[in-house]
Ligand binder design. Structure first.
Ligand code: GAP
Length: 448
């Protein structure tokens, strides 16, 4: 499958099956903005829930936070975003197209060959006004990273939770960047979600002190990528970002790049932010953001920051899970003996938006429908389930394969007599008969 073709197929499947829609489509859409449909929302929520559990709830050294998107604008002076958070913008003098200078290989406009302006700094923060008066005194910004919500709450967390170093604060939330070149479906958008951790530690005496914490988080992130089902050996590459390319606050950054169909691009970042942010906020706000160590000494903690994008996670998972298989066995939906290509999303089970689909073999046989509804009602107490009686069984299987549902349960004529069902496995397509009374245990084993 050509990689460009693969991307088009994924975008089309996402629309067709209710994962991701173009934003405000009935008005012609909004370029590079996307809405998550029922299955996309489930997928996103599964990712966020698992991340929160793994990195916040399951750890004794972590707490969670949910800070506001619009913050006091002083935040962005202190953090350096007002002066530093910019990309170099060039404009074609002929066709007026705009580009990021650091992404251009040619010295002329790639679209028309026209001459380009000299690069100028374009700040990526979205501006807005607080209240009815649109004057400079009321300017505010939509946060370009969730991280700053954590730094400005450092004192609150210290005062209320009394954590001991090292400890971390995790947060999931929206961030906004007025990107010059958004694109590649949900890869680079102007509105996106981040899952970020600021992990605070005592000021390192030697480089190896922070390097050990950095290395531990590097491994934690790799472990997370494996849990997502990503082929880490083949598809993840680590890139140490050069000093010139690093964000203004970072002393070391690793980008975890993923082999997307459109090329190798950043999936996540891991940075050593030193004490830059807490020191800056202490200076600009006048607040005491120090930590009192065991020996009574006041110190400003240093920070390691694993930063993960939710949408890039969704995209990597979609790319990794997408598969096409030529079926050689007779297919009920195509007729005996015909060869059919099956599209299947092989999500790890925990990620699948629907875990079990329940079908009555025929929709007009009331007894089958009644029994299927009873099985559905039981299963949906524990699993995200879907009831489907549309079209023939073959079509229902194809639909669930494209949604990535691990199991389909069918109630057929034999079920009436034997009080059992067929369970069809997404990956092997094998079917087994299971007694209705044993279904709970059967799925407990499958989903454990
Ligand atoms: N607090 C650090 C920070 O924001 P970043 O590398 O600029 O670092 C972190 O962003 C992560 O956020 C990226 O690795 C990516 O997953 C996600 N991200 C950044 N910009 C994005 C965009 N325009 N669209 C979608 N995701 C984005």
């Amino acid at each position: 499958m050509a990689e460009q073709n693969k991307m088009e197929k994924i975008v089309s499947l996402c629309k067709r099956r209710g994962f991701i829609f173009p934003d405000s489509e009935i008005y012609g859409g909004l370029a590079n903005a996307w809405d998550y449909g029922p299955y996309g929302a489930e997928l996103k929520n599964n990712i966020k829930r698992r991340w929160w559990k793994k990195f916040v709830q399951d750890r004794e050294d972590m707490v969670g936070l949910d800070a506001a998107i619009i913050m006091n604008p002083e935040t962005w002076k202190a953090s350096g975003h007002l002066s530093e958070f910019s990309d170099p913008l060039v404009e074609c003098l002929k066709c007026k197209k705009r580009y990021r200078a650091d992404e251009l290989e040619a010295e002329t406009c790639p679209a028309c060959g026209g001459k380009l302006t000299n690069p100028k700094k374009f700040n990526l923060m979205f501006k807005t006004f607080i209240g009815p008066a649109e004057d400079s005194a009321n300017v505010a910004y939509l946060r370009p990273e969730t991280a700053q919500g954590i730094f400005v709450n450092f004192k609150n967390i210290m005062d209320t939770m009394r954590p001991k170093l090292p400890f971390g604060i995790g947060q999931i939330g929206k961030a906004f960047r007025n990107e010059i070149t958004p694109g590649n479906f949900i890869f680079r958008t102007r509105e996106f979600e981040q899952m970020e951790i600021e992990y605070f530690m005592a000021p390192p005496e030697k480089d190896k002190d922070w390097q050990a914490v950095f290395e531990d988080w590097r491994e934690q992130m790799l472990d997370w990528m494996k849990k997502l089902g990503l082929d880490v050996k083949r598809n993840i590459h680590e890139l140490e970002v050069s000093e010139k390319e690093r964000a203004h606050y970072s002393k070391k950054t690793i980008d975890f790049e993923y082999e997307f169909p459109f090329g190798k691009e950043e999936l996540y970042g891991l940075a050593y932010r030193t004490d830059y942010d807490l020191s800056q906020h202490a200076k600009f706000s006048g607040a005491d953001l120090s930590y009192t160590a065991e020996d009574g000494k006041k110190i400003i903690p240093h920070v390691i920051e694993p930063s993960l994008g939710v949408e890039r996670t969704v995209l990597a998972v979609l790319c990794e899970s997408y598969g096409e298989e030529n079926l050689t066995q007779p297919s009920p939906s195509q007729g005996e003996g015909k060869i059919e290509t099956r599209v299947v999303m092989k999500f790890p089970f925990w990620l699948a938006p629907v875990k079990i689909a329940v079908f009555p073999l025929l929709k007009n046989k009331l007894a089958l429908v009644k029994k299927a509804k009873a099985v559905f009602a039981k299963l949906k107490v524990d699993y995200a389930c879907e009831f489907d009686d549309n079209g023939n069984i073959g079509k229902r299987y194809r639909r669930q394969d494209e949604i990535g549902t691990p199991f389909c349960v069918t109630i057929d004529f034999d079920s009436q007599e034997l009080d059992d069902v067929t369970v069809r496995d997404r990956d092997s397509m094998k079917q087994v008969r299971v007694k209705i009374g044993e279904l709970k245990e059967y799925f407990e084993k499958k989903f454990k």
